[in-house]
Each structure stands twice: as structure tokens, then as C-alpha cells.
Write a new protein. Sequence first.
Length: 356
Amino acid sequence: MNRKIIHIDMDAFFAAVEQRDFPELRGQAVVVGGRPDSRGVVATCSYEARKFGIHSAMPTSRAYQLCPHAKFVSPRFSAYRQASEEIHKVFKQYTDIVEPLSLDEAYLDVSETDYFNGSATLIASEIRSDIYNAIQLTASAGIAYNKFLAKLASDQNKPDGQFVIRPGEAEVYLKSLPIGRFYGVGKVTESKMQASGIKTGGDLKNKTLVELQRLFGNSAEYYYNISRGIDHRPVSSNYVRKSLGSETTFQNDISDTDQMLKHLADLLHEVLKSLLNRKLLAYTITIKVKYADFTQVTRSYTSDTVISVDNKARQLIPVLLAKTDVNKRPVRLLGVSFSNLTSSDNVSDSGQMLLF
Ligand SMILES: [Mg+2]
């Protein structure tokens, strides 16, 4: 049986809440995040701000350069949490199988829902209208037969829109899609794929599993499947992510520590961005080193304060790397991951949210 999965994603959520609650911000370029003179980053910005090239995870100082007249506001997590609770009340009316990804994003499995004769398209549009009636904020929806496709689809007609990918339509849809838009392909992987001639979903699909394994190791099967629109992961209402990381295998083993540090910095940047997108913070950082002879070691550091903010993680990487044998042994793979994760809504507004 084909599953019916809806991915709901609120539109410019934090910024939309600010514009709803402060009418003087409506129609304005709004940047929710740190002060423009701080080292913080943009958490969310309004669609008006996006026209100036501002986007999430960009340093606020850069956002200020792009649009000095933008309204820079500090996040009010209590307001976002409250809106998030209302959204979940709506979800519960349609299904119990809800997997939140962050305050403003969730997967819903509506395979067993009878409303509208089981039409997931109509259910999605009703959910969006219920959300609007409850909290006066717009949402977008993606409807498909698995999570990977539903998430891609919710981006298609944003804001305040929805898009369906039916069985049989996925391959055509994915074929021309730029590789960077595939979920799970970060910046580092994207440039590696580009270098191997993989620019679109079609290019990815043309690679054999063996070729992908040579390029991407353990992740090969995931890439092989998503290029075919295959994703069997269930929507899991009690799913809690344990860790988040990224790694890269080198075409040729490397021995230069500076080069390793540069790769680790790129990986770190990628993982920090994924954490930010999922509104997660971490207390533990781990680096993974696989030597040329395929033996591998990990080195970790755990703090009692959030570590995935500001420059903390960046400063720890050389310290952790120095605890390995990289000055004596060539390296074929490096990885960075974070664990001991917590949702950023568990951390107080004024507390350790240095990112914002
Ligand atoms: Mg969103």
C-alpha cells in the first residue's frame, strides 16, 4: 500500500510571528537574530528581506551590509513555542502519527485518515487553513508517498502553497533537480558531487551503487535510493535524533595537518548549519579520523554548556585533532559530529543562544 505523507512547513516562521504581533513590521524586511554588530547569525528573515539576498544562517553583520534599513529583532522563543503548540493541536485532529522536525516543521502520516475520502491533498489544504484560522500564519505543504519527497515538495510552492508528488511522478521530478536541493546533500558533499560530474538528480541516478560507494562510502546507498525517490523511513512520533554529523573521504590520503584542519572547518560549517536548520543545540562534539590503513579513532569533548554556538566548536577541533596520530599517519577520511542534542526551545531566550 502506498503511504500518504504530508510535510508541513511554516513560512518564514519566526519572522512571520513578529510581523503578526507587531503590525509596524508588516511589509518590511525583518531579520530575526543577533544584533547587526554582533557575531550572531540570522535565524529567520521575512520574504521582504530575502529579496535583498538575506537568508538563514548568514552572519547578521552580512545581512546588515545587504540591507541596512532591515528591522533587526531578537527572537522571542516563548511566542514561537506557543504558536507551535497551536499547530500541533491542528495536526492531532487529523492523525496521531506526527514527527516534529523543529518548532515549525513536521511530517504527518495520514495513510489511515478518512477525511475527504482519504485525499491527502485535501487534508493538507484543510490543515493549512485550520492553522491560519488558529494563529493567522501561513504554512506550506508537500504531499507524497514518503518523507524524502514530501519534504522536497513542501518547498516547491512556498509560501502559502502546496505540491503533490504522486507515485510514478518522482523520477521525472528528481531528474532535473539540482543536486544541492536533495535533502542530506550538504555543501561539502555537493561540491564533491559537482566535481564528479553529478549536477542533477538524473546524474546521480546514472551512477552505479559501486561507483557511489567508492565516492561516498556508507552514504552511497542513501544517495542511490533518493535519486530513485525511494525512502522507507517511517513517520515516527517518538523519534529523537541522537546525533548529527558529516564526513568526507579523500580521493588521495592526506598528511598535511593544515589541510585536515581546513576540511574539518568545512565539515563543521556544514553540520552547524544543519543543527541550526533543525533548531538543535549540542553539548558534545566528536571528530572521526580514519587512517590510510582503514583503522579509525574518534575524539570527543562534552561540555555542560552548549557547544554548537559561537566559536566554541571551532576552537575545539585542533585540540581534538592533536589527540590523534595524524602527524604520523596519513588520513583517508575525516568527520565531525554533534551529539547530546537538545531543541533550541529548551534553552532560555536570554541564556546560551549565542547563535542568535
Ligand atoms: Mg519553516
